[in-house]
Ligand binder design. Structure first.
Ligand SMILES: [Zn+2]
Length: 334
C-alpha cells in the first residue's frame, strides 16, 4: 500500500468514494522531526480511515506531521481540520487557503449561484448539494500558515521551494526540490486525465492561458521525478505537458468550429456542441454536477478565446453571450 518512491519520499492512495477520480495519491516526506504530508482526501469516513492507516504504516500519527495543501479542492483539503485540530502546522497559498476556510463557512459557495446565471444554466436545476466539493469539504475553518512562491520548507535532507502553479485553481502551489530534481505538482499535471480548468471570476482573467503558461514554465525546469495527485506516476513529464497543451489547443479550435458565423450563444448552448469523455447521450443526460463542471470548463476556454480576439463577449442582465469573430485559433505557444 505504501510505496517509497525516492529516499524518504513515500506515497499511498486515499480513497475518494463516489468520485470518478477514485483516489488521491498522498505524499509523505519523512523527517526526524515532523514529517510533511501533502494533501488529504475528502472529509469522509473512508478517506479518513485510509489516511490514518497510511500514516500508521509509516509509523506516524497525525500529530507527528505538518500538512501542505496544494490547492483548495475538497479532495485535497477535506481532512485539513483533522490535522489542524491535532496541532499540526497547515501550509497553503493565501488565495486558496482563504477559499478553503470560506468553503467551510459556506460563503465560497455563493459563487456557484452567480456562475449558473452567467453560463445560462439556471434552469438546469443544479444545486450546491450535487457538488462533492461541497458535501465533503472540511468541517470548520482552521489556522493556516500562508506560503508564497519562493518560500523554502525544509524537511529532512530536502529544501522544498514553493512553486507557483496557478491555473487548475487560482492559488495552486507545488513543491520543487532543485538539488534532487523533484516536483510535487498537485493536480497541475495528471496522467491519462486532463485536469479540470474552470472559470473562477473575471478577476482571475484568462485562467486557461495562465494554466498553459504554468505548464510551459514547468517544462523549462530540470525535473527528473514528477509526483502528481491522481492516477499513475508520470514518467516523462515534458511529453505529458505537450499532450495537455495540445489537448487544450484542439479544444479551442473545436469550440470555434462549433459556433456558427454570426450566431450568438450562451455557455449552455456551446457545451453540448463539443465532445466530452463522459458517457451521456445528450446534455439532458449529464448528471447535474457534470453539467456544472462542463460549463465551467467550456467557459474557461471561451474566455481564453475572448482574450485572443477570436470571440466577443457581452453581459446582458447577468448572462454572458458569445459571438465568433475570428474562426481560426492562431496563438503560438511553442
Ligand atoms: Zn483539484
Amino acid at each position: 500500500m505504501v510505496t517509497e518512491l525516492y529516499k524518504n519520499v513515500y506515497s499511498f492512495p486515499v480513497v475518494l468514494p463516489d468520485s470518478p477520480l477514485k483516489a488521491i495519491n498522498i505524499y509523505v516526506i519523512k523527517d526526524k522531526e515532523k514529517a510533511l504530508v501533502l494533501d488529504t482526501g475528502y472529509n469522509m469516513e473512508e478517506s479518513k480511515e485510509s489516511m490514518i492507516q497510511g500514516l500508521k504504516e509509516l509509523g506516524l500519527k497525525v500529530e507527528d506531521t505538518s500538512l501542505f495543501l496544494t490547492h483548495l479542492h475538497s479532495d485535497h483539503t477535506g481532512l485539513a481540520a483533522m490535522f489542524a485540530d491535532a496541532g499540526c502546522d497547515v501550509y497553503a497559498s493565501k488565495l486558496d487557503g482563504e477559499s478553503v476556510n470560506n468553503m467551510a463557512k459556506g460563503k465560497y459557495w455563493n459563487l456557484m449561484g452567480e456562475l449558473l446565471q452567467l453560463f445560462g444554466i439556471s434552469e438546469d436545476e443544479i444545486n450546491v448539494t450535487d457538488n462533492p466539493g461541497y458535501l465533503y469539504r472540511l468541517s470548520h475553518a482552521i489556522d493556516i500558515k500562508y506560503v508564497e512562491p519562493g518560500d523554502i520548507i525544509k524537511t529532512g535532507d530536502y529544501e522544498f521551494e514553493v512553486a507557483d502553479l496557478k491555473g487548475h485553481t487560482p492559488g495552486h502551489i507545488g513543491l520543487i526540490e532543485k538539488n534532487h530534481k523533484l516536483l510535487f505538482c498537485g493536480d497541475t499535471i495528471l496522467n491519462r486525465i486532463t485536469p479540470n480548468i474552470t472559470f473562477w471570476g473575471f478577476e482571475y482573467g484568462d485562467i486557461l492561458g495562465t494554466y498553459i503558461s504554468t505548464l510551459l514554465r514547468l517544462r523549462g525546469e530540470d525535473i527528473e521525478h514528477c509526483f502528481s495527485t491522481h492516477r499513475s506516476m508520470i514518467t516523462d513529464y515534458r511529453k505529458r505537458i505537450d499532450e495537455l497543451v495540445a489537448h487544450h489547443i484542439d479544444r479551442l479550435q473545436e469550440i470555434l468550429d462549433a459556433m456558427e458565423e454570426g450566431e450568438e450563444y450562451v455557455i449552455r448552448e456551446i457545451s453540448p456542441r463539443i465532445s466530452w469523455r463522459i458517457k451521456a447521450d445528450s446534455w439532458d443526460d449529464f448528471p447535474a454536477a457534470q453539467k456544472f463542471f462542463a460549463s465551467g470548463e467550456t467557459m474557461s476556454h471561451v474566455e481564453h478565446l475572448v482574450f485572443t480576439g477570436n470571440v466577443k463577449r457581452e453581459n446582458r442582465n447577468g448572462t454572458l453571450y458569445f459571438k465568433k469573430v475570428n474562426p481560426k485559433y492562431e496563438k503560438e505557444w511553442f
